[in-house]
Design a protein around this ligand. Structure first.
Ligand code: UDP
Length: 237
């Protein structure tokens, strides 16, 4: 059996991670590839909780800036995360990996309601749990939902998926000489307003000693390499 650095993780994917460059909100090939990576982790005994955003479909704040009521916009955003979660559930299930979507909003003809003890039980049984509908409350983000669920399920590590190597002093796609930070504290991330996650999510992790790895998961096999001890991305703790 492969030696793992941790048994239970919470992986946060943004909705945009499911999009391809050519457009369309959900790219089947990308979802399939991510599902395969997740299955590989499960096959090695990692318990995987997943939070997927909804930004590829809709963001409440953007809709509010166009005149829609903010709470309604956020409810639409939370439903968008359910759509993404169902797409991911389908792809994971097709690989023969047991998986459940648990929603913070009650839509139990579509998926299970989020009940913490039941979620932990699923994880213990080796099922992937996809936490949908964020926190279930408007004015929050799925980054905050990911921090919250990571803490609730006693994950040993939260992984925030990005398109770049990890945390930088500035956006490396815009600033050529941005500094890469392999290690940093939550205070540094908060004080320097580094673009990692929103403040609520960072504070939750800081106050509950939840370590976070920010890394490019679009590099094939990267999470598995991290799980087996390779130092990948940035570690915030
Ligand atoms: N949202 C919400 N409460 C939550 C999580 C999400 O109201 O707890 C809404 C909010 O409108 C947000 C949208 O769902 O803009 C999609 O989530 P997010 O922007 O975090 O997605 P990501 O950027 O990760 O794709």
């Amino acid at each position: 059996m492969t030696k793992l650095i941790c048994q239970r993780i919470l992986l946060k994917l943004s909705g945009e991670a499911l999009m391809s460059d050519v457009g369309g909100s959900i790219d089947a090939d990308i979802v399939q590839r991510l599902a395969t990576e997740i299955k590989e982790l499960c096959d090695c005994g990692v318990q995987v909780g997943l939070v997927i955003g909804g930004g590829n479909i809709l963001r409440g704040a953007e809709k509010a800036s166009q005149g829609l009521d903010r709470v309604t916009g956020d409810q639409m955003g939370m439903l968008a995360t359910v759509i993404n979660a169902l797409a991911m559930q389908d792809a994971i299930e097709h690989l023969g990996q047991p998986v459940r979507v648990m929603s913070a909003l009650k839509i139990n003809q579509v998926c299970e309601d989020y009940i913490r003890r039941r979620a932990v039980r699923h994880l213990e049984k080796g099922r992937v749990v996809i936490f949908a509908a964020g926190t279930g409350n408007p004015f929050f983000t799925t980054d905050s939902a990911a921090s919250l669920r990571a803490i609730e399920i006693n994950a040993q590590l939260m992984i925030k998926a990005t398109k770049v190597k990890g945390v930088y002093s500035a956006d490396p796609e815009k600033v050529k000489d941005a500094t890469f930070y392999p290690r940093l504290s939550y205070d540094e991330a908060l004080d320097q307003r580094l673009n990692v996650m929103d403040t609520t999510a960072l504070v939750l992790c800081k106050e509950n000693n939840m370590p976070m790895r920010v890394m490019n998961i679009f590099e094939q096999g990267a999470i598995m390499r991290l799980m087996t001890g390779e130092d990948i991305g940035s570690l915030i703790q």
